[in-house]
Design a protein around this ligand. Structure first.
Ligand code: PLP
Length: 387
């Protein structure tokens, strides 16, 4: 069979490990899950009931491609109120999750040969999405010693006349790093001067711990025309399977997305959209419960890991993951893919290698599962590695 050259992309590393783990589970084996890109916290009753109501009230037809007005309004009101943004209905768009929002943006903004800047470690899908749209990802590496932050001057130097946008993932998967107001301001100023867009992937914005304040690119009104915010109900409302994402951007961009979505997915599930309207009604309560629980799971992960491995890993400020140097596991090898495969194969502990995030020598561990499972997984892992 002949396939398009475009599909010569790597499979999603996270999904690949997850499916290997699922295979083992199906075969009746117990798998210890430190690989999930989601928090195992049930969707709130408010949301659940709104979903059921949408079904019984027959809100089950196609919706407008842009999304239902009720959800568009609820989401822009939320980001405006929370972060001092100034988005309107025409600047708000509903997608099948944040992932499709990013995908459709790459499809809509890139011509073959165009460049898009990505900061490593990066979320695994960015580079493939850029490539699928015919673009070239330009990867700028960041270092742990600099707290995984980019020197903005490096961005300036990397911009050419082919550069269309930079993807800024704040809060970051996999490092949990948060950018400060001043750091963001400098990056946006460069984007404006060089006439490129910043796609700000903010899907983890509400999973920020220890009372730290999240700074959204949407709050910089002076740079509004250079900013596209991608958001999602997945992580902030624990609604991963419902597949609801958002794009906030100039209406000119939204109109193009609307055309592309109209020829692809048509719309996000009507039921999920109605359920998410209710999520925004109770946003503060739902988010606060999720955040407290995840901060607790993070602390359990870090303490258990440090106790078992006599280590002192970085406590992530946000998101769902610890990004851990392989040497902290007490191993001398540096091939993260081989390491994760061997660990999963032989000890049934699933973790994600750093290599597909553009940073070899690290392992991403999720603290999305409940605390008991975190402890169990780390104990099994420790026993296996000390064999
Ligand atoms: N952006 C980042 C950094 C992510 O980690 C994810 C999911 O793991 C997404 C976007 C997309 O999430 P979703 O499609 O569930 O909204």
């Amino acid at each position: 069979m002949q396939f398009s050259k475009r599909v010569n992309i790597s499979p999603s590393a996270t999904l690949e490990i997850n499916s290997l783990a699922l295979k083992k589970k199906k075969a009746g084996e117990k798998v210890f899950n430190l690989s999930a890109g989601e928090a195992f916290i049930n969707t709130s009753k408010y949301i659940e009931e709104a979903g059921i109501l949408a079904i019984t009230e027959n809100k089950t037809y196609y919706t407008p491609t842009l999304g239902i007005n009720e959800l568009r309004t609820a989401s822009y009101n939320w980001i405006n109120k929370k972060y001092g943004a100034q988005y309107s209905l025409e600047e708000t768009f509903i997608t099948n999750g944040g992932k499709f929002a990013l995908f459709i943006l790459c499809q809509s903004l890139l011509n073959p040969g165009d460049e898009a800047i990505v900061l490593a470690p990066y979320w695994v899908s960015y580079t493939s999405m850029i490539e699928l749209a015919g673009g070239n990802p330009i990867i700028l590496k960041t270092q742990k010693e600099n707290n995984w932050k980019i020197d903005p001057e490096e961005i300036r130097k990397a911009i050419t006349d082919k550069t269309r946008f930079l993807i800024l993932n704040n809060a970051s998967n996999p490092t949990g790093v948060l950018y400060s107001r001043e750091e963001i301001r400098i990056i946006l100023k460069i984007a404006q001067e060089k006439n490129i867009l910043v796609i700000s992937d903010e899907v983890y914005s509400e999973l920020v711990y220890d009372g730290q304040k999240y700074i959204s690119c949407s709050s910089f009104l002076e740079y509004k025309n250079n900013v596209i915010v991608v958001h999602s109900a997945s992580k902030i409302f624990s609604m991963t399977g419902w597949r609801v994402g958002f794009v906030f951007a100039q209406s000119e961009i939204i109109q193009v997305l609307n055309r592309v979505q109209g020829q692809s997915t048509s719309n996000t599930s009507s039921i999920s959209q109605w359920a998410t309207v209710e999520a925004f009604e109770h946003a503060d309560e739902i988010i606060s419960e999720i955040k407290i629980e995840l901060q607790n799971r993070r602390d359990v992960f870090v303490k258990t890991f440090n106790d078992l491995f006599s280590s002192n890993i970085v406590v992530p400020s946000s998101a769902l993951y610890c990004f851990i140097p392989m040497k902290d596991f007490g191993v001398i090898q540096n091939n993260s893919v081989e390491f994760c495969k061997e660990v999963l194969e032989k000890s049934n502990v699933a973790m994600v290698p750093g290599a597909p995030f553009g940073t070899e020598g690290y392992i991403r561990c999720s603290f999305g599962v409940i605390s008991n499972e975190i402890c169990e997984a780390l104990n099994v892992l420790h026993k296996f590695l000390k064999r």
